[in-house]
Design a protein around this ligand. Sequence first.
Ligand code: FES
Length: 141
Amino acid sequence: MAAPYSKKVMDHFMHPRNVGEMENPDGIGKVGNPVCGDIMEMYIKVKDNVIVDAKFKTFGCGAAIATSSMATELIKGKTIEEALKLTNKAVAEALDGLPPVKMHCSVLAEDAFKGAVDDYLKKKTGVGLQGWRPHEEDHEH
Ligand code: FES
């Protein structure tokens, strides 16, 4: 049987980058996956509109860990606007793909990041991320 996960997924699952809590984050996103009930927290540090650091913590599966690890790597150094363009599909592609049944796991990282940006913007400007709400009920991938 062929391995369902790419080498990159296995690498980020076995050696996740940026795991743990962050002291004094500028934004925190906490979300739950409506499909499986797993949860994720993401922390960001922002300087001059650039994400200078990102970390995550999850009670999620291997695919959630791998996508969050890759997502934090990809958003670091980007402006908020650039990072917001990063979709869960792009993160999955950067990992050389996920099995279709695990695509919902990658949404956790995207939602947690958007939640962290929402939190950051609310603290900074009083207004959160326009049009954002966590995927609570429905989901299409
Ligand atoms: S099964 Fe829940 S995040 Fe993957």
